[in-house]
Write a protein that binds this ligand. Structure first.
Ligand code: MN
Ligand code: MN
Length: 380
């Protein structure tokens, strides 16, 4: 049984002053850092549990952006809930939007710059992608829904989107009347309250909803459920990138499932920063940054993690249940470099000269294949 005090390997002392015990319990690797941690690594974790909840009629949203997690400059995340029939107002934004359905079902609609439309009903495990500035909406189906949105800019905010109601209310009335044919009295009767998320009618079955046969040539929706997993010893990796979802031209997404007693092996990515969202279980991750140092963070469901470009890291399942997380990149491809594979495929003499203490049998164990996930211990 480990102590609940910052004491490790003969160093440290008990805490005498005030303490937030539940927080310390959630951060065992900050309270008692591994002796390999050092230096000035910035914060690489922010929990949606610590994010402001914006409540609205029929739903809510909370966001983890660069404001909450300053290192996350490339991607911002929004967690949103819509009751049955509740609508995320017709809107658009400067950034692309990658959606992942966490629970329930929702209807998404969009129209592109050529007047081609898109409508689909998406459910748990499905994803959508809206290119930048393409107008769209989201609405809860009869079961309601909750989803995660990811945007290709850490400064994105749900407070900075272009809402159809706001646009119509702030263009001179005679212009709206002339352009849209809306009589002045109907314009003056527009309900001034902020819509953003508001209660609507539960949508009809999709077939009745189609208003156009001229649909977008590349679907705006896909699903992680149909992705063939990379089978690893200790878990699976499912990758969705532009090769499988052509419209998604500057984002990629993976779902990693790690069994108890296993970890996403030590690796780094040659494309971009990694933005993570933890779906279930418990994890810890150490990140090595050449200019800053090394730090270890603990993660639970609903937490966001971040890994700077090219920084080596692993993600260990520290719990007793399957640990699942999303890794997202502002890149059309998702690739990684494995430390183990690199050492295995480097001329043996070169590795031996770096590490004279490593025996031949140790070096023989390096695996030349890509593993992705490896066992850390044998479970009873
Ligand atoms: Mn949007
Ligand atoms: Mn990674």
């Amino acid at each position: 049984m480990k102590s609940n005090e910052p004491i490790s390997e003969g160093l440290g002392a008990t805490i005498l002053g005030p303490r937030n015990y539940p927080r310390e319990q959630q951060n065992p690797d900050l309270l008692r850092p591994p002796p390999t941690d050092r230096g000035l690594v910035p914060n690489l974790r922010f929990s949606f549990a610590d994010a402001h909840m914006r409540l609205s009629e029929g739903g809510w949203a909370r966001e983890v952006t660069q404001r909450e997690l300053p290192i996350a400059t490339k991607i911002a995340g929004v967690n949103m809930r819509l009751n049955p029939g509740a609508i995320r107002e017709l809107h658009w934004h400067l950034q692309v939007e990658l959606g992942y359905v966490l629970s329930g079902g929702c209807r998404i609609t969009a129209m592109d710059q050529h007047g081609r439309t898109f409508v689909d009903d998406v459910f748990g495990g499905d994803v959508w992608f809206f290119p930048k500035a393409i107008p769209h909406s989201i609405q809860g189906l009869k079961e309601g829904c909750e989803f995660l949105l990811m945007f290709d800019d850490g400064c994105f905010s749900e407070y900075n989107t272009l809402l159809v109601s706001d646009v119509i209310e702030h263009i001179p009335r005679e212009i709206i009347e002339a352009n849209l044919g809306i009589p002045l009295n109907e314009i003056l009767s527009i309900d001034k309250k902020q819509r953003w998320i508001f209660q609507g009618r539960i949508p009809e079955l999709l077939a009745k909803d189609y208003i156009s046969k001229n649909t977008v040539p590349q679907s705006f929706s896909s699903s992680m459920k149909k992705i063939e997993p990379i089978m690893c010893d200790g878990g699976t990796i499912r990758i969705l990138d532009q090769a499988k979802f052509p419209v998604m031209n500057n984002m990629s997404l993976a779902i990693v499932e790690v069994e108890p007693g296993a970890m996403r092996e030590i690796h780094w990515h040659p494309m971009e920063d990694e933005w993570q969202y933890y779906l279930s279980g418990e994890a810890r991750m150490t990140v090595y940054m050449p200019d800053a140092g090394v730090r270890t963070f603990d993660y639970k469901a609903g937490d966001v993690g971040c890994v700077p470009f090219a920084a080596p890291h692993y993600v260990e399942n520290t719990g007793t249940t399957t640990m699942r997380f999303l890794e997202t990149f502002r890149s059309p491809v998702l690739e990684d470099v494995s430390l183990q594979q690199w050492l295995a495929l480097t001329p043996r003499e070169l590795v031996e000269d770096h590490f004279p203490s490593f025996t031949k049998s140790t070096l023989d164990k390096f695996n030349k294949d890509y593993l992705g996930i490896v066992r850390t211990k044998t479970l009873k």
